[in-house]
Design a protein around this ligand. Sequence first.
Ligand SMILES: Nc1ncnc2c1ncn2[C@@H]1O[C@H](COP(=O)(O)OP(=O)(O)OP(=O)(O)O)[C@@H](O)[C@H]1O
Length: 233
Amino acid sequence: MSLFEATGVSVRYGAVHALDTVDIALDPGVLHGVIGPNGAGKSTFLDALSGRVKPSAGTVRYVGEDITRRPPRWRRHRGIARSFQRTSVFASMTVRAQLDMVAHRQGADDVAAVVEALELGPVLDRVCAEIAYGTQRSVDLALALIGNPRVVLLDEPCAGLVADESVRLLDHVRRLCRERDVAAVLVEHDVDGVFRVCDVITVLNLGKVLAHGAPAEVRADAEVVRAYLGSAA
Ligand SMILES: Nc1ncnc2c1ncn2[C@@H]1O[C@H](COP(=O)(O)OP(=O)(O)OP(=O)(O)O)[C@@H](O)[C@H]1O
């Protein structure tokens, strides 16, 4: 049994099958990439895993318990954290105030450790609107890591970053996943980054799993190359 398992998860928006019988199994210390073209269902999948949308079919289990109908707040308190595609940072608050606010809500006391891990010490007393966008994305990641979650779901943490900022953030994600023994999902358009840092990759296309496996295996998959990677492979 894996720490976190989704089986046969489907999500419909009216007539649209955003997700069609998708499975995933997450284990501690393993970074699991989810890639696919626009509209493939990646964000919807994270929404279903984090409780933001209710699947029309399928089951989500955490430590063996069926949590399919549990809301996001319940999941966050029990160690399933999510970051969002758009930054969730409050522009007018200092970095420290935001981290403290989330720690208070979670009853957590690990702010100092998270600050150290993401090298946020120098910006702690700065207002978020005034720090570099790349650092704001690190603050986002820090907010998700407070309270020592066992599962972390990351929705495009590198959106809007330049290449070397992306490399740095993904290196952080990989290191934190290993060091903290976190089971992580990384949804990301930076395909090269995903192939570089992830241990296992699921490719979605039109709401279905197109391929699943180790990075080298997925990169060589003819269907994946045809539907998604094209000449970039
Ligand atoms: N709230 C919604 N109402 C109706 N349709 C939706 C809704 N959210 C998503 N969809 C549709 O579901 C499908 C999957 O969308 P989703 O945003 O999950 O894809 P994605 O892979 O995350 O795309 P992107 O890479 O562009 O972020 C798309 O066809 C999208 O138009």
